[in-house]
Design a binder for this molecule. Sequence first.
Ligand code: GLU
Length: 475
Amino acid sequence: MTIVTRFAPSPTGFLHIGSARTALFNLLFARHHGGHFLLRIEDTDRARSTQEAVDAIHAGLEWLDLLWDGDAISQFSAARHHADAARTLLEEGKAYLCYATPEELAEMREKARAEGRSVRYDGRWRDRDPAEAPSGAPPVIRFKAPRQGETTIHDLVQGEVTVANEELDDMVLLRADGTPTYMLAVVVDDHDMGITHVIRGDDHFTNTFRQYQLFKAFGWQTPEFAHIPLIHGADGAKLSKRHGALGVEAYREQGFLPEAMCNYLLRLGWSHGDDEIISREQAIQWFDLDGVGRSPSRFDMSRLTSINAHYLRRADDRRLAGLVLGSLARKLDGKLAESAADRIIRGMPSLKERAKTIEELSESAAFYAREGAIPIGDKAAKLLNVASKGYLADLRNIFGGFEDWNAEALERAVRAYAGARQDQGLKLGAIAQPLRAVLTGSAASPPIFEVMEVLGRDETLTRLSQVLDGADAKC
Ligand code: GLU
């Protein structure tokens, strides 16, 4: 049997990180078994579905490299087919026309609530003669759900769960205006798409018993179900806005790498021994539903950040430079040095060791992107006094005639300068720190001789002169 899974988001907002995890699990399960992973946009709710949200889902999935097979399917586009399916059940006596008015339904709801029952619709049109239908009132089509017996779902995560059929409503399949309900559309689509495994959040688990009965009524094979516990915040409450960003896009903007995001989401609810860092290839090799836990997992920002730092250190320098330059161009209002890209690529091996996110990386790389005057931070400015400026002036003279502009030679020269003044108590750090302040505007940076090599002689001398000749820009 070929495994077929699907990710079925409703396009009503951004791509939620919980949904992204659902998509990931569906993709991994399909790939692990050599099957297909499909995308179905559940856009039946016309009032709430927007093209913007569809675009956000596509963009989020593409960014995370969760690519589906074939074309994305629009649920709404099959609405007529869904309606036909409801009429087929009607003809077969497995569904019926219901003319209950909104007032009657409200009354039934009230009564059920007062009696503490979950079933709200009392089935008053279930066996009534259609000849009694009021004229001019368009009916809905309701499912004739079984009233006796039980429905048992062997969920691949939740285990075996049984519900008495008397707990299940005669749900509406087709509204009075002829539009299909979500419950009907999901079942028909899952059948049409040949879905073998429905893997989704456990907020849908209660729907499953009704959907199962609908599959049976159509005479279709039911798929396997796997309901994944939802993601909670660090405080144990269901993840909500107050816990931070909920949309995938926000994490992208905050400077997280997609592979780090996927690795983190994979571990959020699924485990493979104690493995933390898991590549996509390994995940495909290892993923199965046995590894999905039954209790909700907690979203932990510091864990995500440290996984991101791991992937950042391993990421290609050019790719990182591209990401950093985009955000720097925005920050510096497009005023990037001509050689900004070249410098950042060359400086990247050291820069990426010190950053946990792209945001941090671009912050620490900003001094490479500027030309000439750089803002000098308060901490760095404190390193510049009469004595240190005296040393820097000497170094400017040495560097001016320096032939061999590379980190090792520069270090040798500066060490020799400090060594010659050892008897005055001069240490390398007392020179290197002011040098760092002038060249990077900060008291912390990659190794300073490497910075000088990357900046080049002209830029190094320009920055020294700007401070020594009093034209430095303070921030
Ligand atoms: N459209 C539903 C949602 O976004 C998912 C339905 C399903 O996976 O069956 O929550």
